[in-house]
Design a protein around this ligand. Structure first.
Ligand code: GAP
Length: 486
C-alpha cells in the first residue's frame, strides 16, 4: 500500500487533505489525474446501470435530508460501532477490530496486549455526522449528513412510480458523497469519513427477490472483471447471520485481495421491504406498487448493489500497479484498462526542433477534441514514456523524422525494430485502424471518431507509428499501445 500512496502523491492522483495545516486524519483530496480516473470509474458504473440496460433510472438526491429519514431507516438508533478507549495512551479503538488495531505502545502491539493497556468497557458510538440547519442551534434544527445514498432513493420511490411509469422489476441508481464518523480509519482511501458511493436500489416483486439477488451478484462481479481486475483477486463472501445489517435478510460482499488482505469492495444486499415499510410508517404515505389493470398491490422488495467509488478506484489501482526493469532502471507501470486511464493518449515530439513540436501540438489539439490527451515535450523521450506509464496512459503518439534513430519503448527492442523498418507514409487502411483504435468507444470511453482533419494530418505527416499488439508497422508515426495485462 505504501507504494500506491507514494505514487498517488508523486503523480498528483491523491493528496492528504489540509496538508499545510498538518493534515486531517483520513481525509484526502483528489488531484488532476485522480479526478480524471475517478470520473472514468463512475462513468463506467453509470454506463453499466443506464446505458447497457433499460430498467434503471438515475437520481441525484440531497445530502442533507429530513431528520426523520434516519429515524425511519434505523440509523439514528442503530448505526453504531462498539468503541473502547485506552486510559493509558488515550487512543480509541473499535472493540470488534482490536486485533487489527495498533496500540500506542512501542514496540507496537494490539490494544489490550501490554501490561500498561487500560481499556474501558465497550460502548456504542453513533457514526452519523450531525450539523444544524439555519443560523441558530435550537430544537428541531439538528440534521445529519447522509451515511448512505440509498435512503434518498427510497424517499423518491413514489416520485419515480409516478413519473417513471416503471413497474417492478426496475431500479433507481445514484452516485454521491456519504459521510460516516468512522472510529478506525486508515489504509489510505479504503476507509475514510467522507467518501463516494455508487448505489442502486432494484425494486422487485417479493417472489422474485432471490432470483434478482443472484442476478446482481453475477453482474457486479463481471463489472470488475471486465474493467481489468484479475478474477483470482476477487471473491464473493456471504455474510453470516450475525453480521447482517438490521435491514438485510441476505448480503454478499464482493471482496478484493487488497494489500491489507481480502476486504469488502462492494456489498450486495437483499433489503426485503424494510425501507419502504419503515418510510411508509413514519411518513404516513403509501409506498407500494399498484397494478392499474389488475388492481394488484404490493410493497416491492429491494436488491441493492452498493459500491464505493474510492474503494473501487483503489482496487483498480492496486491491481494495475506493476514494476519492471528496463536496462537496469526500475520503473512503475499502471496497467489500467484504457477506459479507466486518466489520460488516453500522450503526444510527444521526439526532439524540440525540425517542426516536430508544431506538428505534435497540432495532433494533440485534434485528439483533445475527442479524448483526454496530453502533450509533453520536456526531457528525454524514455523519461516521458515512463511518466505516462506511471499514470497508466495506454497510447502515445511520437512525432519524429522518418528514418531517425530508435525510440526506447515500454517493451525492450520494439523501438529498434521500428527504426530498422524505416518510415513510409501511412496507408489508408493503417490510418483507419489507428484512428479507430484511438477513438472507438471500446478503447476510449466517450470518444467519437477522429475528424477528417486529424486523419489527413496523420496520413501525410512525417511522424512514426507503433501499434500495441500487432507487429511493428513501418510507418511515419509511432503509436505506443497499452502494456499487456499480466
Ligand atoms: N447502502 C448500503 C451501504 O451503505 P455499506 O457496505 O456500508 O452498505 C457500501 O457501504 C460500500 O460503500 C462499501 O462496500 C464500500 O465500498 C463503501 N464504503 C463504506 N464505508 C466506507 C468508508 N468509510 N470509506 C470508503 N468507502 C466506504
Amino acid at each position: 500500500m505504501d507504494k500506491i500512496v507514494s505514487l498517488c502523491k508523486r503523480r498528483g492522483f491523491i493528496f492528504p487533505s489540509s496538508e499545510i495545516y498538518g493534515g486531517l486524519g483520513s481525509s484526502y483530496d483528489y488531484g488532476h489525474y485522480g479526478v480524471l480516473f475517478k470520473n472514468h470509474v463512475k462513468a463506467q458504473w453509470w454506463r453499466s446501470m443506464l446505458q447497457e440496460r433499460d430498467d434503471i433510472l438515475a437520481l441525484d438526491s440531497a445530502i442533507i435530508q429530513h431528520p426523520q429519514t434516519w429515524v425511519a431507516s434505523g440509523h439514528l438508533a442503530g448505526f453504531t460501532d462498539p468503541l473502547v478507549d485506552c486510559r493509558t495512551c488515550k487512543l480509541r479503538f473499535r472493540a470488534d477490530k482490536l486485533d487489527e488495531a495498533q496500540c500506542g505502545r512501542k514496540p507496537s502491539k494490539h490494544p489490550g496486549e501490554t501490561p500498561d493497556c487500560d481499556l474501558t468497557d465497550a460502548r456504542d458510538f453513533n457514526l452519523l455526522f450531525e450539523t444544524t440547519v439555519g443560523p441558530v442551534k435550537e430544537e428541531g434544527s439538528t440534521v445529519y449528513l447522509r451515511p448512505e445514498t440509498a435512503q434518498g432513493i427510497f424517499l423518491n420511490f413514489r416520485n419515480y412510480m409516478q413519473f417513471g411509469r416503471k413497474k417492478p422489476p426496475f431500479g433507481i441508481a445514484q452516485i454521491g458523497k456519504s459521510f460516516r464518523n468512522e472510529i478506525t480509519t486508515g489504509n489510505f482511501i479504503f476507509r475514510t469519513r467522507e467518501f463516494e458511493q455508487m448505489e442502486m436500489e432494484f425494486f422487485v416483486p417479493p417472489d422474485q427477490a432471490q432470483m434478482w439477488f443472484e442476478h446482481w451478484l453475477e453482474q457486479r462481479m463481471n463489472w470488475y472483471v471486465n474493467l481489468g481486475i484479475r478474477p483470482d483477486h476477487l471473491q464473493l463472501r456471504a455474510h453470516d447471520p450475525d453480521e447482517l445489517s438490521h435491514y438485510s435478510s441476505a448480503t454478499s460482499d464482493v471482496e478484493y485481495r487488497f494489500p491489507i488482505g481480502w476486504s469488502e469492495l462492494e456489498g450486495i444486499a437483499n433489503r426485503g421491504d424494510f425501507d419502504l415499510q419503515a418510510h411508509a410508517q413514519h411518513s404516513g404515505q403509501k409506498l407500494e406498487y399498484v397494478d392499474s389493470a389488475s388492481g394488484e398491490r404490493y410493497v416491492p422488495h429491494v436488491i441493492e448493489p452498493a459500491a464505493g467509488a474510492d474503494r473501487a478506484l483503489l482496487a483498480f489501482m492496486v491491481d494495475a500497479y506493476d514494476e519492471d526493469e528496463i536496462e537496469g532502471e526500475r520503473r512503475t507501470v499502471l496497467r489500467l484498462h484504457p477506459v479507466l486511464a486518466p489520460v488516453k493518449v500522450a503526444v510527444l515530439p521526439l526532439v524540440r526542433k525540425d517542426g516536430q513540436p508544431e506538428l505534435a501540438a497540432e495532433i494533440y489539439r485534434e485528439l483533445s477534441e475527442q479524448v483526454q490527451a496530453e502533450y509533453d515535450e520536456g526531457g528525454a523521450i524514455g523519461r516521458r514514456y515512463r511518466r505516462q506509464d506511471e499514470i497508466g496512459t495506454p497510447w502515445a503518439v511520437t512525432v519524429r523524422q522518418p528514418g531517425a534513430g530508435a525510440i526506447p519503448d515500454r517493451r525492450a527492442g520494439r523501438g529498434d525494430r521500428a527504426a530498422a523498418a524505416g518510415a513510409v507514409a501511412l496507408t489508408e487502411a493503417q490510418r483507419r485502424r489507428v484512428t479507430s483504435m484511438l477513438t472507438t468507444s471500446d478503447t476510449v470511453a466517450g470518444a467519437g471518431r477522429c475528424s477528417a482533419r486529424t486523419s489527413t494530418l496523420w496520413a501525410g505527416s512525417s511522424v512514426m507509428l507503433h501499434e500495441p499488439s500487432a507487429p511493428v508497422v513501418p510507418l511515419a508515426m509511432v503509436l505506443r499501445g497499452p502494456p499487456e495485462r499480466r
